[in-house]
Design a binder for this molecule. Sequence first.
Ligand SMILES: Cc1ncc(COP(=O)(O)OP(=O)(O)O)c(N)n1
Ligand SMILES: Cc1nc(C(=O)O)sc1CCOP(=O)(O)O
Ligand SMILES: [Mg+2]
Length: 351
Amino acid sequence: MVEPYSQTQQTQQVVYRILDANLDRAREGLRIIEEWCRFGLNNSQFTNECKRLRQEIAHWHTAELRAARDTPGDAGTELSHPQEEQRTSIKALLQANFCRVQEAMRVLEEYGKLHHPQMGKTFKQMRYQMYTLESNLLGHQRHQLLWRSHLYLVTSPSENLLTTVEAALKGGLTLLQYRDKTADDTIRLEQAKKLRQLCHLYGALFIINDRVDLALAVDADGVHLGQQDMPIDLARQLLGSQRIIGRSTTNLEEMQRAIAEGADYIGVGPVYETPTKAGKPAAGLEYVSYAARNCSIPWFAIGGIDANNINDVIDAGAERVAVVRSLMQAEQPTLVAQYLLSQLHRIQPEP
Ligand SMILES: Cc1ncc(COP(=O)(O)OP(=O)(O)O)c(N)n1
Ligand SMILES: Cc1nc(C(=O)O)sc1CCOP(=O)(O)O
Ligand SMILES: [Mg+2]
């Protein structure tokens, strides 16, 4: 007669099953992230980091752990969360899988201590490496989208704020700034949260005007700072390296300083005088041409730009524009956004 397992052997088998299942989870999650790094981003650095982590996980997945597997007897194989059935964006998919890998690594860290003296330490280190990878990947995606963005909507207070923004997003907008100079913070917080959700649903970036604290509170993609707002180095300390910081500039000194201070993009304007920024003299098309020749980071011409004059701004060298009234006061923001983008994407004339 076969002796029944001792209590210790039974516990060991359970630990092995937990380790086996979580080694699989971690590796699968990493593979999903790796595929995006490879085929979506074409980024060999991120791809190799995923591969290295997968190989390290594989090294721990020994035959004795695999032998403990009991798929038919596993009550967890049938369970799935409704959110797993639907992903709203690549970002949501990546975040879910980062979460999955980090959770699995935490399990491996704890139960691994019962299996091998080195396993707990190794998986703790790997979990932190996953956090770093997640933050770098998110930052990289943000910056890529910033470079791909040619139309920037800066909001003004409106009863139809969300519907106007959504209509512009439907027209292809990929960059939004929430700007309300007078509302109470409770309103600002509420609106910013809704706008952030909306932007991320459409795969667009969400920036907050003036306020670093608000940007952090609603987990915005970045902040826009004027010459009188917080210095860039202080904002960078608070926001970290992965979030976007924009700076307004009106002349070449401000442009060069903003670049040297580490701005991710600049506003170039006002191109024309505008009631939205009353009292600020126009920097004119000359400054647009100067930016076209000298600016090494993404820059957005701003101030008085609309469907009638956008081609003059493009002819002066602009590839990106930011607008308030043209979209916020449009009867059909989707059509206006589409038109502005179609002009911005037309082939640039030879200088
Ligand atoms: C894209 C972009 N460019 C410039 C500005 C103006 O910023 P600032 O000078 O700080 O003025 P306010 O917007 O705070 O009134 C901007 N908001 N966005
Ligand atoms: C918010 C802002 N900043 C400017 C700058 O030049 O720094 S011009 C501007 C307002 C742009 O609004 P509209 O598109 O309605 O003219
Ligand atoms: Mg400001």
